[in-house]
Unconditional design. Structure first.
Length: 194
């Protein structure tokens, strides 16, 4: 028990000058997401719990870092409830997300708390075979997380809570409501460095 204060001191000690060198972290990440629709009059998100999985690359220095990733996101099934039959309009909303996060973090060597903000580009999966720029959706992310790992030698990982707000909305392939429907997500993500 008397070694606990020493362990805490080492975990949160001020970093040395050598850690000003940029660090590069590559890994896999995934988690659960909870989707909701805004500005939707007749559409409903049948299964608002989904998942996401992908790869990331993180480049950082003492107080800040930038992380980009590519993720497959399953947001849920969207149903049009205005018709008389349930088959009037029913589609899943799956997309490939490319977020670019900018992080401000605490300058501690083993455990770091951070806040993030950044843009995200969403490419609907059913539109990838005929890529058109009007199918790209734009969103913004904010979040909080904690990152851990041994500098320069050990495995790293992070756990974060993030919120993604859709700015452009679903395009014409999502039904008659067009751009009025926006899919917003709350995500819990776990990343592991490789």
């Amino acid at each position: 028990m008397r070694f606990l204060p020493l362990a805490l001191l080492l975990a949160f000690a001020a970093p040395s000058q050598a850690q000003v060198i940029p660090s590069i972290d590559l890994g896999v990440a995934g988690g659960v997401n909870f989707a909701s629709l805004s500005d939707a009059q007749t559409l409903d998100l049948d299964n608002s719990t989904g998942y996401h999985i992908g790869l990331y690359a993180d480049v950082g220095v003492l107080f800040a870092s930038a992380r980009a990733g590519v993720y497959y996101v399953r947001a849920g099934d969207i149903r049009d409830d205005i018709g008389t039959t349930p088959d009037d309009f029913d589609t899943s909303f799956d997309y490939v997300a490319v977020p670019v996060d900018f992080q401000i973090k605490t300058p501690t060597p083993i455990f770091q708390a951070y806040a993030l903000i950044g843009p995200e580009f969403r490419f609907p999966v059913d539109g990838l075979d005929t890529f058109e720029t009007e199918n790209v959706q734009y969103a913004g992310n904010v979040g909080l997380g904690v990152r851990g790992g041994l500098p320069l030698i050990g495995p790293s990982g992070y756990l974060e809570l993030r919120y993604g707000r859709d700015f452009s909305g679903l395009r014409s392939d999502a039904g008659s409501s067009g751009d009025d429907v926006k899919v917003n997500l709350v995500m819990i993500r776990l990343g592991v460095g490789i």
